[in-house]
Design a protein around this ligand. Structure first.
Ligand code: SAM
Ligand code: SF4
Length: 313
């Protein structure tokens, strides 16, 4: 389906939980989030029904996200149901990777074709500091488990934070020299706890090109501008939601774990989908697509009232 500004909407980001086994400083408070009652989040059947309706309206790609999707009990069954929907051409997941040693095989068999793994640092003490609770060793074990389960090389998502991890840009880029991985640097967005952070933490993704001038342009991939080291096996992606909004190319809608459609990440608008079926459900999703604003105005602050863990990034 095409929205009011001529954009073809083909991509659904679906959050399956707000909960997480980490407490990344920019994403949530140290106390984590209050657990919702089971009945307050979408069931496996409701998720399948929503995906079927979205596919009828033209969605072709689904990304399962969270919170941390791998802490949702039965996440592999959810993936199996989504990938079995006729018309879903691509099912991906964004995860912190910690539970991949237990789940990678089941996810692969459940039809997940690609993983994006979030990794903001390659240094153990810093990983613990940023995530408050996590261990880099576990995240790396997750990446290894994904490889062993037959997943293609993952996209590594690294949120750039001035004075926190920007000194590691060359180390992340170096990973792409030897391995066919795709490292994607994402600009920190002023949402949730980091809304109050010092301006110096928010740095443009162009800092990557200044830190590693050898990078050469290598085209684009959706919202990322791609670069490559001469003879590098992998790619470096820059995702600039703040310094260069990619709204004209936005092809996505988001659905929260409690069943609200969010037409735009940075807007407070939400359309409740629970309790709707058949043509009513399709009409509500269609209305959500038509409610997509032309662009966000992040420079004036995000209107979104949820933290990232409650939207899905
Ligand atoms: N728990 C999973 C993970 O971390 O990959 C999936 C959910 S997480 C909310 C999705 C993505 O959003 C992660 O890559 C995370 O780094 C990113 N994210 C969270 N808060 C952000 C912010 N304020 N600015 C930019 N990216 C953010
Ligand atoms: Fe959890 Fe992902 Fe948020 Fe980190 S960014 S706290 S891993 S939901």
């Amino acid at each position: 389906m095409t929205d009011g500004f001529g954009r073809k909407i083909e991509y659904l980001r679906l959050s399956v939980t707000d909960l997480c086994n980490l407490r990344c400083q920019y994403c949530m408070g140290p106390e984590g989030v209050e657990k919702r009652a089971h009945r307050d989040i979408l069931s496996h059947e409701e998720i399948e029904e929503i995906v079927r309706a979205a596919v009828k309206l033209g969605v072709r790609k689904v990304r399962v996200t969270g919170g941390e999707p791998l802490v949702r009990p039965g996440v592999a069954d959810i993936c199996r149901r989504i990938s079995a929907v006729d018309g879903v051409e691509e099912l991906c997941m964004t995860t912190n990777g910690l539970r991949l040693p237990e789940l990678a095989g089941e996810l692969r068999r459940g039809g997940v074709c690609r993983l994006n793994v979030s990794l903001d640092t390659l240094r153990p003490e810093r990983y613990r500091e940023i995530t408050r609770t996590g261990s880099l060793k576990d995240a790396l074990a997750g990446l290894e488990a994904a490889r062993a389960a037959g997943f293609p090389p993952p996209k590594l998502n690294c949120v750039l934070m001035g004075g926190i991890n920007d000194d590691e840009i060359p180390d992340f880029v170096a990973l792409t020299e030897r391995e066919p991985v795709s490292v994607r640097f994402i600009e920190l967005m002023p949402i949730g706890p980091c809304r109050e952070w010092d301006r110096s933490r928010f740095i443009p993704a162009d800092a990557v090109l200044r830190a590693v001038p050898a990078l050469e342009p290598a085209g684009g991939d959706g919202v990322a501008r791609l670069y490559r080291l001469p003879n590098g096996r992998g790619t470096v992606g820059l995702i600039r939601p703040v310094s260069d909004h990619f709204c004209p190319a936005c092809n996505r809608i988001r659905i929260t774990a409690d069943g609200k459609l969010k037409p735009c990440l940075h807007s407070a608008a939400e359309i409740p989908l629970r309790g709707l079926h058949g043509p009513e459900l399709e009409a509500a999703i269609g209305a959500g697509i038509m409610a997509k604003p032309q662009r966000h105005h992040l420079e004036a602050g995000s209107d979104n009232i949820r933290n990232m863990n409650a939207i899905g990034g």
